[in-house]
Design a protein around this ligand. Sequence first.
Ligand SMILES: NC(=O)c1ccc[n+]([C@@H]2O[C@H](COP(=O)([O-])OP(=O)(O)OC[C@H]3O[C@@H](n4cnc5c(N)ncnc54)[C@H](O)[C@@H]3O)[C@@H](O)[C@H]2O)c1
Length: 197
Amino acid sequence: MDKVIIVTGGAGGIGSDICRGLASDGLKVVIADYAKEAAENIAAEIRKDNREAIAIQVDVGSKQSVADMVKATLDKCGRIDFLLNGAGVLTRVSVVEMPEEDWDRVLRINLKGTFLCSQAVAHHMIPKKQGRIISNRAPLTMPRPKPASSLSQNRWRWNSRPMRLPSMPSLLAQPIRPCRDLARPGKSSRNAKRYRH
Ligand SMILES: NC(=O)c1ccc[n+]([C@@H]2O[C@H](COP(=O)([O-])OP(=O)(O)OC[C@H]3O[C@@H](n4cnc5c(N)ncnc54)[C@H](O)[C@@H]3O)[C@@H](O)[C@H]2O)c1
């Protein structure tokens, strides 16, 4: 198989295991992460198993850096079949106490990063009428543990609900899906109606 996948955050806990799994399934994996050395180590480990992987440093919150990542992938691998948006930060502070800088950082990496990477690869995928984008997104904050007291349970149940980021897949589906469906006769007119504003 010569399919190529970019995994942002590919040097992280979840991302690195995903990269190992995808490489053992035969995909060529681009480990795209801010942590350059960690990404290179995972790529070297995968190559030691006679699988294909390269490391590219990226800051997913920077449009220029994302453009460089896409260019480097195309230069080195020749194609992009899949993108997995996995780069992210998760703060364990309640949203009530969260410093503004933490909020900005989470949105920049988790939300804007997903937008920038998806947009950049979509520009490459749409003309080819093929490609898939997968986003691994978490709540903005981790839920607090529920207290034992049943008296305060209802209040805590509400408080402990994690705050969710807007659903990127549904935001992205609107501009991207009708283009993809152009390649599938019979579906375009139905989707054109569904996505008309
Ligand atoms: N750990 C969990 O319980 C959990 C559950 C569900 C979803 N998630 C989400 O999955 C993703 C990965 O989680 P994880 O536990 O593997 O985290 P992790 O911290 O181990 O990995 C995140 C990776 O993203 C990279 N990264 C951070 N900022 C970046 C940037 N600006 N540009 C490029 N790469 C950047 C880090 O270097 C790191 O390698 C996160 O988005 C997280 O919110 C985590």
